[in-house]
Design a protein around this ligand. Structure first.
Ligand code: HEM
Length: 376
């Protein structure tokens, strides 16, 4: 029996490859921000809990101050991929979202709570008060949001269970746990948080707002965390890939009608190679006691690697979704397209203009008067 709802008769307004490209680029940026939030927050909580040295408190405050800004990027960079995935996979994604609707809609409320707690965490740190309970609560809630997203992204791939679930209850209160790919996928994102969080610290160590002594601490701590959790992230990635159905693995190797999915599979190898490179970069920054100039190079190398790693990850993940859905009768490439080039052109101009404005904003922040991180 056909499980997917009927296709929308209105054709897509842009080529599928373009929608997928924009989806992957914007989703990879969402993932960079999500990992900074999940990892940076946990590291700041741990630093503030153990209060090892004055430099560790300065580092916790430096992270906490930035997390509220990172949160704006998490949200703003989430909206475009949400729209693109609804256009491309709406029949699957809307169905799973309805089945877990109560939890899905609750993300908005949890998100507001996380935001509030992030401000509280940062404020308490600035005042020198006990801050970790607020920070830890924010991290647990953010981790729960991640779990809800992983749940929906895997439930949308299981049309075989939808009908029976909906027949049993139309309340929209399901939170399924039975998919063997769900937990590896979620843990992969959590491990990635500490890895990217460590690289973020290596980047921060290159900034002139830290004293020489603080820089040594930030680079040493961040580099070691990134090197250690990079290996963890690698292991979680291999685990998440290994639990995918055989047909999906074969598709990623280039078998089947759409043999071009081997490029999606190659992105998996690209991801492994880049994570190894990032681990080495982080290890040098973490153990090497580098001079300021050399550290500057490593801090930017870490940023570049983090973005490339998330792009590779997103491409591979995209292949897993397309091939899983294809094996169940949903072909993302099989849609009527009536490209409206005027609208596409206008969109691209506004998109590039928007990126230009963000670049300008970043340059204004970069030129602003520098305040030392340790200043009260
Ligand atoms: C604290 C906030 C957030 C966290 C921790 C978070 C985390 C995540 C994670 C872990 C995934 C990957 C799930 C998987 O594939 O297993 C994901 C994907 C996604 N997130 Fe977020 N997210 C957050 C906020 C948001 C918000 C506010 C939105 C919507 C406006 C959003 C939209 C999406 C979408 C659409 C995807 C998947 C897109 C796709 O696969 O096509 N996220 N997020």
């Amino acid at each position: 029996m056909q499980s997917f709802p009927a296709v929308d008769p209105i054709p897509l307004p842009a080529p599928i490859w373009l929608l997928k490209l924009l989806h992957i680029v914007t989703l990879a940026l969402h993932f960079v921000a999500v990992e900074m939030l999940l990892g940076g927050l946990l590291l700041a909580v741990l630093l503030s809990l153990f209060r090892g040295s004055p430099a560790s408190m300065v580092t916790a405050r430096a992270l906490a101050r930035r997390l509220t800004v990172v949160m704006t990027f998490v949200i703003n960079l989430a909206v475009p991929p949400l729209l693109f995935s609804q256009v491309l996979y709406g029949r699957a994604l809307y169905t799973s979202s309805v089945l877990m609707g109560v939890y899905w809609i609750s993300i908005i409320l949890i998100l507001m709570l996380v935001y509030r707690l992030l401000y509280r965490f940062s404020r308490q740190l600035e005042l020198g008060r006990k801050a970790w309970p607020a920070g830890l609560s924010a991290w647990l809630l953010a981790g729960f949001i991640a779990r809800l997203l992983s749940t929906n992204m895997t439930l949308m791939l299981r049309p075989e269970v939808w009908r029976q679930m909906y027949s049993a209850s139309a309340m929209g209160a399901y939170l399924p746990t039975g998919d063997p790919t769900l937990t590896p996928r979620w843990l992969l994102m959590l491990a990635g948080g500490l890895f990217i969080g460590g690289l973020w610290l290596v980047y921060l160590a290159g900034r002139s707002t830290f004293t020489a002594e603080e820089k040594i601490f930030v680079a040493g701590f961040g580099g070691k965390v990134a090197a250690l959790f990079g290996l963890d992230y690698q292991a979680a990635g291999v685990w998440a890939a290994s639990v995918q159905p055989e047909i999906v693995k074969a598709g990623l190797a280039g078998d089947g009608v759409y043999s071009f999915y081997k490029f999606w599979g190659l992105a998996g190898y690209g991801w492994i190679a880049l994570v190894v490179l990032a681990v080495l970069t982080a290890a040098v920054a973490g153990f090497g006691k580098l001079s300021s100039g050399v550290l500057g190079f490593f801090s930017w190398a870490g940023v570049l690697l983090a973005v490339l790693i998330e792009i590779m990850f997103t491409v591979y993940r995209d292949g897993v979704r397309d091939l899983t859905l294809l094996s169940k009768g949903y072909d993302v490439w099989d849609r009527a397209v009536a490209t409206n080039w005027g609208v596409v052109g206008l969109f691209l101009v506004l998109f590039v203009g928007g990126l230009g404005v963000v670049g300008w904003l970043i340059s204004v922040v970069a030129r602003a008067r520098k305040v030392m991180e340790g200043a009260a």
